[in-house]
Structure formats: structure tokens, C-alpha cells
Design a binder for this molecule. Sequence first.
Ligand SMILES: Nc1ncnc2c1ncn2[C@@H]1O[C@H](COP(=O)(O)OP(=O)(O)OP(=O)(O)O)[C@@H](O)[C@H]1O
Ligand SMILES: [Mg+2]
Length: 473
Amino acid sequence: MIKNRDNFLLFIPVLIAGIVLLTTFLLIFQLKQFGSSYIKDAEEELNVDTKQALWIIKPILENNDYAKLNKYCSDMKNEKMRLTIINPAGKVIADSKTGINKLDNHSNRPEIKAAQTGQSNTTIRYSNTMHSEMVYHSEPVMINGEGYIVRVSVSADNIEKVLNRAEKNIILTFLIGTGGVIILSLYIFLRVRIPFNKLQQSTIKIASGNLDTEVYVPKNGILWELARAVDIMSKQLKRQIKNMKKMENFRSEFIANVSHEVKTPLTSILSAVEILDGIDNTNPRAKKCLKIISEQSKRLNRLIQDILSLADLEKKQIFKNRDFAELSINSTVENAVNLCRGLTDAAGIEVVIEENTPTKIFGNSYFLEQAINNLITNAVKYSKTDKIVINAHVENNEIKISVKDFGIGMKKEEAARIFERFYRVDKARSRELGGTGLGLAIVKNIAKLHNGNVEVITNPGRGANFIITIPII
Ligand SMILES: Nc1ncnc2c1ncn2[C@@H]1O[C@H](COP(=O)(O)OP(=O)(O)OP(=O)(O)O)[C@@H](O)[C@H]1O
Ligand SMILES: [Mg+2]
């Protein structure tokens, strides 16, 4: 996946390569400019040299003094410049560097052709005689009515060689520069980007709760220190979470143990109360006391039952699916409604199953029935509704079971807390009705056990709609 950061990493070498390329072009351009200005200077110099040579040669030619002409030319043998005199037929009649017999007819040379039309001319070309690049300047001259040509030339080889070498060096520098940038980018990519990606992937996994993820620590390089720090951090976090889990387990176990211990004497108290209730007793004070003992011990029994139920659920969260089986939602919903039938009938509340689904899921039907049961019981006990609507359907690959009443509802801040243990909106009333404040915490735990959740949509005076959502796997 290409991210912005990758784009940036790719942008830098491209930018550097661009700068190197631009610099190369500028250098070559400068070089060409330098070359042409050098040649221009050479041309001007040749022009002056030719004029000077003409001044001497013209009278010699007018006197047809070839001996003097050849002497003049051979005197110039060691000069840097070469002097050539060509007759109207294109034949070389004197040359300062070579014997004239070796030279062929020069009529076809471009600078000669141009001069034959009466124009002075400068040409740069390779000379087969001199075996080098030359700058030629030709000047036509009229001798006794006939057109002779005086040509002066100088080697352009040195400057050409320098320029060529410089051009080669520049191109070489460019290639080395670009190659270097590519190698450097590759190095950065391999040594930084890839380890960075691996490190990022492991930290993302750790952040999402997968603490067993091995942190990628490169053997060396600039990421080593950072990766090591992340590794140490993740190990510490793992240890801390392990400790927390241990403590939480200890707490749950302790509560469960205490509850079990309390349950045994409580059962004895309850049976004793039942026996006492059966014995004929006319003392009104004794009867009242017996009633209080009976009610309170029943309440205590319910509380213990709920606490044990929660502890059991918490334990099951760790060994999910252990006692899961295939169940169909519609029969679970129907069973829960039937279980509450006595309660709802007694309260004169109509229960309507608006929609039900035969969808099968893997779960614990006993717990799911208990969750729906808790919700119906709450609606009966607290909402003052005259109707409860139940709806179970599939939405986005999830089962949604809602229990809706049309009663008193509650405020947002209360709704946000009712799934907490022991939280009751109206404490006095709840207690009066025998509520312990654990019912919804149990519902939430049951939903979580099925990898789902529970939420409430409610408003004061507008009723409450409790929705259990369970993913279908
Ligand atoms: N349908 C409802 N309409 C209005 N208030 C509700 C409704 N359901 C629950 N409540 C409020 O939420 C509180 C918490 O409910 P929860 O079921 O957790 O505890 P409880 O019913 O008091 O005790 P338990 O269920 O353990 O017997 C209740 O005390 C009640 O005030
Ligand atoms: Mg309840």
C-alpha cells in the first residue's frame, strides 16, 4: 500500500535526480557557449592573420615570384597557424605545413568554394591532411585580374578535445550522481522503510490487544533503539495486564466463595422459616418478625443467586463456547416470554412478539432466556407500561432482540449507568420490589459471552427499548 509517507520517500530521490539532471544540462549548455565563444575568438584572430598575410603575399604573387612565396611559407613552418595559397584553378601553389605535391585540388573544399564566389569565409571541419579538427579562414584576392585564394587555418583540436572531455566528465558525473541517488534511496527503503513497516505492523497488533505479538527489532540501523523501546514497553504491558487479570480472577473467585459459604446457612434459615410458618402461632409480633425474616432471607437468597450467576458468567467469558450449542432464536424468545407469563398476566400487561426469526446460532439458550427474562421482568417492575413488544430479527449479519416498553423511561445519564452492577435508578422502589441492581449487569455479561452487546434507547416518559445484539458467526 502506498501511503503519503512512501510518496514523500520516493519524492526525495526523484527531486535529487531532477536537480542533478538540471545541473548537468546547465553545465553542458555553459560548455557549448564556452566552445562557441572560443571559436569566435579564433575566427577573429584568423581574420586578422589573413589580412596581414595578404599584405605580404599580394605583391609577391603580382611578381609571380614563387621562390619567394615558398620561402615565406616554409619560414612559417613552425608557426601554430597554417597558410595555404590556392590558384584560380583550385591548385595549392604554396603551403606552410606540407609539400604542395601531396595536396589534391582544393576546389571542392567548402571554404574555397565560398571564397571563389568572392566572399571571405570561415569554416570548421576535419582536415585529412592535418588529421585534426581545423578552423579555416579564406580570403579571395585579385592578382593581375585573376582570383587567387589565401587561406589561414588553425587547429581546433585542443579545444575540441577539452570540450569533449569536459562533456564526457559531466555525463559521467551525472550517471554516478543519479546512480548514487538510486542506491541511496534503495538503501533507505530497505534499511528504514521495510523495518519501519514491520515495526508498525507489530505495534498496531499490540495496540489492538494482541499482546502476544512479537515486536520486530532490527539487528542494527537507526530503528533499532525505537524498536527495542517498543518491545520493552509491550513486554511490561503484557506483565501488567497478566497481573490485573490475576487480581480480577482472585476477586471474582473470592466473591463466589463467600457467596457459596453464605448460601448454605441461608438455605437452612429459609427452611427453618418455612417450618415456623407452618406452626400455629397466634402471637401477632412473632408473626410480623417471621414475615420480616422470611422476606429478607428470600431477598438475600436472590442476591446471592445473582452474584453467583455473574461470577459464573465472568468465568465463562474466559472459556467461551465451552457449553455452547446450536439454538434457534425463535424458540429461545418464546421460552423466555412463557417463563414470564405468570408475572405479566398478574400485572395485566400484554406481551406481543412483533417479529421473530428462526435463525440458528451457536450459544447458550439457558443464558439467553435469562437475559430476555430479566428485561421483561424489569419492564413489568419499573416501567408502569401496559404493553411489552418483543422483536427478534436479523440485520447486517447480526441478531437483534429488542424488549420495548411504553412506560416511564429514564434520563440519558441514568441510561448510561444502568448496566453497572448494583446501579438502580430509583433505589427505594427497586429495593421495595426486591431488586438487587444486578439484573442488567447479568444481561450485559450474557450478551458479551455471545460476542455481542446490549444497549438501551430511552427517554423520560417515553418508555425504554433494550436491544441485545449478537453477531451470527
Ligand atoms: N424498563 C425499565 N424502565 C424503567 N427503568 C428501568 C427499566 N429497566 C430497568 N430500570 C431501572 O434500572 C435499574 C437497574 O436494573 P437491574 O435489572 O440491573 O436491577 P434491578 O432490577 O433493580 O435488580 P435485579 O434485576 O437484580 O433484581 C432498575 O433498578 C430500574 O431503576
Ligand atoms: Mg432487574
